[in-house]
Design a protein around this ligand. Structure first.
Ligand SMILES: [Zn+2]
Length: 161
């Protein structure tokens, strides 16, 4: 299978652009720490063309990211889309006349990804429960004296046995 992320300068000249229209597995988006999980396919659409001294790639992409809901820890899925993102590369920096734009695309998609997600499109059904609970917690704390349960632990342990 040919790598859809490779742009060969030989396929381009000053007067024409190269169409990009692919659907690829989302594997290339995997982060090293696996904190982010993309699933399914990524759709890519755009074009590549040359200026006097740069390769320009104008790309749109759609991907689905899967995370744990920040409230209930259930699965939360969000579609990430990138619109008309430009990747520019000086021709002088392109080694062997082939440029792989997968890393630039990956970085651009990760930047579009929110740091946390809620399920049900941002309306986690458990959120109201948690809000009630945390309000109660906050108000009851103010009335309590600060108490350190392990303050005398050393003392107690030494006196045992
Ligand atoms: Zn949830």
């Amino acid at each position: 299978m040919s790598n859809v992320f490779l742009i060969r300068l030989a396929d381009l000249d000053q007067d024409s652009s190269l169409k990009i229209d692919h659907t690829v597995p989302s594997d290339f988006l995997k982060t090293f720490d696996n904190q982010l999980d993309f699933e399914g396919l990524v759709k890519l659409f755009g074009k590549a063309y040359l200026t006097d001294d740069h390769l320009i790639i104008k790309i749109s992409a759609k991907a689905s990211t899967k995370m744990d809901c920040s409230v209930c820890n259930g699965p939360a899925i969000k579609e990430i889309s990138l619109e008309d993102h430009y990747i520019t590369k000086p021709l002088a920096e392109i080694i062997d006349q082939v440029f792989d734009f997968s890393e630039e695309l990956r970085q651009a998609l990760l930047l579009e990804t929110p740091p946390f997600l809620e399920c049900e499109g941002g309306k986690c059904p458990q959120r109201s429960e948690i809000e009630k609970y945390s309000k109660k917690q906050a108000s009851s704390k103010q009335n309590e004296e600060v108490y350190f349960p392990f303050e005398n632990l050393d003392h107690q342990l030494n006196n045992e046995g």
